[in-house]
Design a binder for this molecule. Structure first.
Ligand code: SF4
Ligand code: SF4
Length: 443
């Protein structure tokens, strides 16, 4: 018995330690990928940052633009947060070889005992609700075919990723009820009643006719199965869109304080215009070295790259995008997914061939085409809709600047407009001196 206990403690430490080691390695890689971006100063106060994070990530404020989906998501979100309490007991049991250590510690302290029962019952009710909500989420993708989940960019791995994590959740909840149900059945056999957990006592009542040895085995299968699912989830998280459950917090913390969709000037262009207006203005020599816009992920800012890793692939941006709605190739969700995929590709190449390796590919061209970028109306709907304050528009603007100003890749109609802007300070072909001609016929 003692040998089995020690074996289980060692297995627990090995499993948890190994999981955190490999998860940490991958999270570090993601951090390095984000930091390959350019510097960007977020000019916000600490108060603004905390408020954004509490309202948007913690409070799920923007989710409620779609009430039904938000309520479903809220069940999973609250359940995920609260079940960590039971996980804490599992961790202590795993490390010490004890069984329901918190239950036994508070058993004779009425207030804490009641509190413990309330918490575990709440977890069980939430787990049951989560089970049904997860099934609804699967049906929304597979049977009801909600339109934003049927777009081309979700084909292949993103589709499997979404379903895999839902299957994960169902399995994990099944293990929780197996563990608590079998444990309750044993408790009923020994003490004539369950622990006082409403749902698992009911399951325990149904299982109590099974032999004690089998119940103990089922409890252990549930316990270890639950733990393996949690560890598997931690390992899988950095490879999945579900990374948003962590990154939504820093991403909303670093929300840009400027009005959504504000387009920043390019200093080099600003200087050029200044020198045209004021001949005494001296254009800084460094402007000659400037590269316009972004061709690859290295040219984007760290905030753009954090946005990409935070994207939940929910498609609310794409559903609201007028370009996408009118059949254009542009999907703001795809812009975010491509940016993340490109970072992952670079990281994989560097791992295989060394840090100096250049693969001669780029985000612009190999992932995102000019056709997609030109379709953007800069309407800002994608930014407005995103539940975690991501700006696909910011990436589109940077790539389009590069496309036009570095690669000179713009349609003839646009070139005429650019020439007019340069020469006439307006998109039309009239001299600035003729601007008020239309008023001559007025009284
Ligand atoms: S800003 Fe561009 S990408 Fe975003 S919704 Fe509008 S058209 Fe679509
Ligand atoms: S950018 Fe935002 S709205 Fe668009 S798919 Fe990602 S999380 Fe959803």
């Amino acid at each position: 018995m003692l040998f089995l206990k020690i074996f289980q403690i060692l297995l627990f430490i090995g499993l948890v330690g190994g999981t955190f080691y490999f998860a940490f390695k991958k999270f570090k890689e993601i951090y390095d990928n984000i930091m390959m971006g350019q510097a960007e100063k977020i000019n916000s106060t600490l108060g603004f940052r905390i408020k954004s994070m509490l309202l948007i990530a913690f409070g799920q404020k923007k989710m409620f633009k779609l009430t039904f989906a938000a309520l479903l998501h809220l069940v999973i979100y609250v359940s995920f947060c609260i079940t960590q309490i039971e996980l804490l007991e599992i961790f202590i049991d795993g490390l010490t070889g004890s069984h329901r250590i918190i239950y036994h510690a508070v058993e004779n302290i009425p207030f804490l005992h009641t509190l413990y029962l309330v918490v575990i019952n709440f977890i069980e009710i939430l787990s049951l609700l989560t089970f049904f909500v997860t099934i609804i989420f699967i049906l929304r993708r597979t049977t009801f075919k909600v339109e934003r989940f049927q777009k081309p960019e979700l084909k292949g791995w993103p589709w499997k990723d979404a379903l895999l994590i839902l299957a994960f959740e169902l399995t994990l909840i099944t293990f929780i009820f197996l563990m608590n149900g079998a444990d309750s059945a044993l408790h009923i056999k020994e003490h004539g009643e369950g622990y006082g957990f409403f749902l698992s006592s009911a399951i325990g009542g149904m299982l109590q006719s099974l032999p004690s040895g089998l119940l103990q085995a089922l409890e252990r299968i549930g316990w270890w199965g639950h733990l393996c699912m949690v560890m598997g989830f931690i390992l899988y998280l950095p490879y999945s869109k579900h990374l948003h459950i962590l990154l939504a917090f820093p991403n909303t913390f670093f929300t840009r304080p400027e009005p959504k969709g504000e387009i920043h000037n390019m200093p080099a262009i600003q200087h050029e215009v200044q020198s045209m207006i004021d001949p005494s203005f001296v254009v800084p020599a460094s402007d000659g070295e400037v590269k316009f816009g972004a061709k690859d992920v290295y040219d984007l800012s760290w905030k753009n790259l954090l946005d990409a890793y935070t994207c939940t692939e929910c498609g609310r941006c794409t559903a609201a995008c007028p370009a996408n709605q009118t059949g254009k190739k542009l999907s703001p969700r795809k812009i975010m997914m491509d940016t993340r995929d490109r970072m992952e590709e670079i990281a994989a190449c560097k791992k295989e061939h060394g840090p100096e390796f250049v693969d001669n590919k780029s985000l612009l061209g190999d992932y995102i085409t000019g056709e997609e970028l030109r379709a953007c109306t800069t309407c800002n709907a994608c930014v407005e809709e995103c539940p975690v304050n991501i700006s696909p528009l910011s990436i589109i603007i940077e790539l389009r600047r590069n496309l036009i100003m570095e690669a000179s890749d713009s349609p003839a109609e646009w070139n005429n407009i650019f020439a007019n802007l340069e020469n006439n300070q307006a998109p039309w072909q009239f001299s600035p001196n003729d601007r008020l001609n239309w008023t001559e016929e007025l009284n």
